[in-house]
Design a protein around this ligand. Structure first.
Ligand SMILES: Nc1ncnc2c1ncn2[C@@H]1O[C@H](COP(=O)(O)OP(=O)(O)OP(=O)(O)O)[C@@H](O)[C@H]1O
Length: 356
């Protein structure tokens, strides 16, 4: 599939601080890419450079195959949605959604309420705008709220208005910067599926910045993991989970934090650091790995066990909900399938090709 957007060797420095170091990212037409990483790793800077709100110190930005490094945000056919919604409090929902269209279609004179009706073509442009705003509002469930001001809306409704404003522009690319982080957990999950549905409906490429790996796993077909201004790995969610390129990516991806076992912890393979996910480790009477139980968290569907190896490393394992939890301090045997081991070089943290 061809690329709608490419960052090629993009470096961004602020003074002597290098925030992005030769970052290359390819966004395929119609894809959903999550830029995932801890705070300060350069996700927002990458997105702002894609949008044209910031410029690279060096490197290229290609949109639809042409170099847009010299084009402003306004000249690029992309729409950006911010965490803060960026709505105008004195405008209604309808006016907020219509804003990019009124800016584009009507001349300064045409935007003046009374004189506007005297400007040729303004009435027709207004009708087009109204119909596009109506369609966007309908598809986002905002039709009943068009006359309200942002102050009279919930967080989820405000974020929908911000999405509506992106939608009416019919951009080639949607850029979303942590759009759900101001919402409570339940609403976030609902909005997550609404954004996925919007992505399917528009068929356009979405780039979505988040520090929440669950969000990235749930929505994206490509995840770009960024660490310290570098792309640590880019790939499908399953690829990142099953074949993390290094220790840092392994630690970042997955609902339960992965265990890292050192030589002497009970699984020794050529001096490598062994990564083993808690969900791949369970109590088994004949298990090869042992640990002393420190605590157990009953979660209804499963029990998360925290244990400690003889060497002192913390090991987390998942037991079935009906597991008979022994007293703290007891020795528990843990079993795993050998193909679930991830081997990382002890010095560099890079994944080793072969597993035992
Ligand atoms: N205008 C600026 N001047 C100086 N430093 C900046 C500027 N903008 C960003 N930075 C620095 O660049 C680094 C990356 O910032 P960026 O906002 O891209 O990170 P992020 O991964 O999006 O983080 P977060 O999740 O916290 O938003 C940070 O250390 C930040 O302090």
């Amino acid at each position: 599939m061809s690329a709608i957007l490419e960052l090629r060797d993009v470096t961004r420095r602020f003074g002597d601080k290098t925030v992005l170091d030769k970052v290359s990212i390819t966004i395929a037409q119609g894809s959903f890419t999550a830029l995932l990483g801890a705070s300060g790793c350069g996700k927002s800077t990458s997105l702002r450079i894609m949008a044209g709100l910031d410029r690279p110190t060096s490197g290229e930005v290609l949109l639809g195959g042409s170099d847009v490094s010299g084009l402003s945000a306004y000249e690029r056919n992309v729409a950006m949605v911010f965490q803060s919604y960026a709505l105008y409090p004195h405008l209604t929902v309808a006016q907020n959604i219509a804003l990019p269209l009124t800016m584009r279609h009507l001349s300064a004179l045409g935007r003046v309420p009374f004189l506007g009706s005297l400007v040729p073509g303004a009435a027709e442009a207004r009708r087009t705008i109204l119909s596009k705003v109506g369609e966007a509002a309908e598809s986002l469930g905002l039709a009943e709220l068009l006359d309200r001001k942002p102050g009279q809306l919930s967080g989820g409704q405000k974020q929908r208005v911000a999405l509506g404003r992106a939608l009416v522009r019919d951009p080639a690319l949607y850029l979303l910067d942590e759009p759900l982080s101001n919402l409570d957990a339940r609403l976030r999950i609902r909005m997550r599926s609404e954004i996925s549905a919007l992505h399917r409906r528009t068929g356009k490429a979405f780039v979505y910045v988040t520090h929440d790996q669950t969000e990235a796993m749930a929505m994206a077909d490509q995840i770009v993991v960024m660490i310290g201004g570098d792309v640590a790995q880019a790939g499908a969610p399953r690829e990142l989970y099953e074949l993390p390129a290094n220790r840092d990516v392994a630690a970042f991806i997955g609902h339960n934090a992965i265990n890292f076992l050192e030589p002497g912890d009970g699984i020794d393979v050529d001096g490598a650091i062994v990564g083993l996910r808690p969900e791949d480790l369970a109590p088994v009477a004949t298990g090869a790995l042992t640990g002393r139980l420190e605590s157990a968290e009953y979660l209804g569907s499963e029990i998360v066990l925290s244990l400690r190896s003889a060497k002192g490393t913390e090991i987390r394992a998942i037991a079935p909900a009906d597991f008979d939890v022994p007293a703290p301090g007891s020795e528990v045997r843990l079993g795993y399938a050998p193909h679930k081991l991830h081997l990382f070089d002890a010095a560099t943290g890079v994944r080793r090709r072969t597993t035992p």
